[in-house]
Design a protein around this ligand. Structure first.
Ligand code: FES
Ligand code: MG
Length: 570
């Protein structure tokens, strides 16, 4: 098989000389005579603390690639640190994916190892790999170890929400809260709850893009470096076998990913990411598939935010394969993995070592997990709720809307003692969709009004066109589509309108007559709350981003351009 990189390096002509000469850098002279050129797409960055250790992981990947006869080459990728990047890391997911895709295509690369961790990084890498369609394997950077505070474990994210609400409710002092800060992040690695990073690493494995058994290995665990070494070897084999994403990522792979997402009680963010990855592959996947395939799958993993434990416990208890073994009958046995072997073939020897952390099928944490897709006159294109993270008594609810036009409007008024709000109210926040914010931030799990917190209220129905952190919980209806800024009916709701939620019936409606809807127009405060940038990526993004129900990718990035070699640079 002729290598793609031979289009740069083969032959004695002047251009091949240029390509080789600048790349010699001390590598053996035979590096360019038919040896596979393997990129290591690395999202390490000091601004992405969750991924900062990936350069060490890359060193182990390099060893494996050399050992298998390949030439490893690091390719820095736009890195997105969830906690820092403004206005939201999601705004840049598509940019990172596009930049990575184009650099993979533009360079003499035959195959790629993808190193990610923090929330958006693995999705962006997989979107890129799918669109360039070179052999690719993911090495997830792994979760951090469990930190403790005052003798109790601290869950990244989840406990920030919990502790900060305790401060607002007056049950935890500001000083104690501040002291917990240095205990939150115990080691290298990404968030240790079942947030988006853990979810996407595990879902990537369920998709078949990670060597089975590797996802969830803690970042400081030496077995991660062993897995990195092995993945370096493997990618050279994948190239020889021409095992590209388009050859093994099928609807069956996504079916398994959805089952896994439900069984682990994973983040709602996985929905937009899986839809976007499927869009790059031409796999027909819809939000309704998540409800159809996933909503009756039991949650077997007792991890924060839905449960008690953290990723270190999950790994010790048997990890993803132990979970999948319990739901094996729900998996599609035809789906293959990066190794060429079906995912289900890895489940025969996958015991549960701690049934408190990973439950058996007969004793699930929640009988029906997954994500429910709601529709109604408030969300004609669909909206999501994660029932396992919601309060059972609120899953059927009728209450008056309290509407906020922007996150700033929300912050300005939510703690106002005169705000007309009760535990029965439905908090509605708009202008937080892909176009409106822009980038669809994780603001849907709005903090509750202080006066209700002081009364002991810990959950309310909330409705928003944004996303929610995978580490958050509550009765939150999110990803409302179309968003307010795309002329969705969410822009027309008024404070006092009665909102009716019925999760069992999959409905979210407002009791407003059709004639009344038709007469309404958005008020000025709503419209001025929508982003309207003049230039740059934000402009490009707003003009081309799709709605959440199809994955919030840019319209012109859907599909694949393949790995076709472009014309010469000289
Ligand atoms: Fe990076 Fe949570 S902030 S994974
Ligand atoms: Mg997040």
């Amino acid at each position: 098989m002729e290598l793609r990189s031979a289009h740069w390096y083969a032959g004695e002509h002047r251009n091949a000389y240029i390509h080789r000469a600048w790349m010699r850098r001390g590598v053996p002279g035979d590096a360019f005579t038919g040896r596979p050129q393997i990129a290591i797409a690395n999202t390490a960055s000091d601004f992405t603390p969750c991924n900062a250790h990936l350069t060490e992981v890359a060193a182990s990947v390099k060893n494996g690639i050399y050992e298998a006869g390949g030439i490893p080459l690091e390719l820095p990728v736009v890195s997105l640190g969830e906690t820092n990047v403004r206005p939201t890391a999601m705004l840049w997911r598509n940019m990172a994916a596009m930049a990575c895709e184009e650099m993979l295509r533009a360079n003499p690369i035959d195959a790629v190892v993808l190193l990610g961790g923090c929330d958006k990084t693995i999705p962006a890498l997989l979107m890129a790999a799918a669109s360039v369609d070179l052999p690719a394997v993911v090495v997830p950077g792994g979760p951090m170890l469990t930190g403790t505070f005052r003798g109790a474990p601290l869950g990244c994210g989840t406990d920030v929400w919990r502790l900060s609400e305790e401060v607002r409710a007056g049950t935890l002092s500001q000083e104690q809260f501040s002291r917990s800060e240095s205990a939150m992040i115990r080691s290298r690695g990404h968030c240790n709850t079942m947030g988006t990073a853990s979810t996407m690493a595990l879902v990537a494995e369920a998709l078949g893009t990670v060597v089975p058994g590797v996802a969830g290995t803690p970042a400081p665990d030496s077995r991660l470096l062993e897995a990195a070494h092995g993945s370096g070897r493997l990618v050279v084999d994948m190239l020889a076998a021409d095992r590209r994403p388009s050859t093994f990522l099928t609807k069956a792979s996504f079916h398994n990913a959805i089952v896994a997402l439900a069984a682990i009680g994973g983040s709602t963010n996985a929905v937009v990411h899986l839809l976007a990855i499927a869009g790059r592959l031409g796999v027909e996947l819809t939000i309704d598939d998540f409800d159809r395939i996933g909503s009756h799958v039991p949650v077997l993993v007792d991890l924060q935010p839905a449960g008690r434990f953290l990723m270190e416990d999950f790994h010790r208890a048997g990890g993803l394969l132990a979970v999948l073994r319990e739901v094996q009958d729900l998996l599609d046995p035809t789906a293959l993995t990066v190794t060429g072997t079906p995912l289900v073939d890895y489940l025969s020897d996958a015991p549960i070592w701690d049934p408190e952390v990973i439950r058996t099928r007969s004793a699930p944490l929640v009988a029906e997990g997954g994500i429910a897709v709601l529709r109604g006159n408030l969300a004609p294109g669909g909206a999501l709720i994660k029932p396992a993270a919601a309060s059972p008594h609120l899953l059927q609810h009728r209450g008056p809307a309290v509407v906020f036009d922007s996150i700033e409007d929300f912050h300005a008024r939510i703690d106002d003692p005169d705000l007309a709000v009760t535990a029965d109210s439905v908090l509605v926040l708009r202008g937080c969709g892909p176009k409106g914010y822009p980038g669809m931030p994780e603001v849907s799990n709005m903090p509750l009004p202080k006066k209700l917190l002081e009364q002991g209220i810990r959950d309310m129905v909330r409705v928003c066109d944004g996303r929610m952190s995978g580490t958050a919980y509550g009765t939150v209806i999110l990803h409302v589509t179309p968003e307010a800024a795309a002329n969705g009916p969410l822009a027309l709701v008024r404070t006092g309108d009665m909102v009716v939620l019925d999760v069992a019936a999959r409905r979210i409606d407002v009791e407003v007559s059709e004639e009344d809807w038709a007469r309404r127009t958005p008020n000025d405060a709503t419209v001025t709350g929508f982003a309207n940038p003049r230039r740059g990526w934000e402009r490009l993004y707003i003009d081309h981003v799709q709605q959440a129900d199809t994955g919030a990718d840019l319209d012109f990035l859907i599909g694949s351009s393949g790995w076709k070699v472009s014309r010469e640079s000289h």
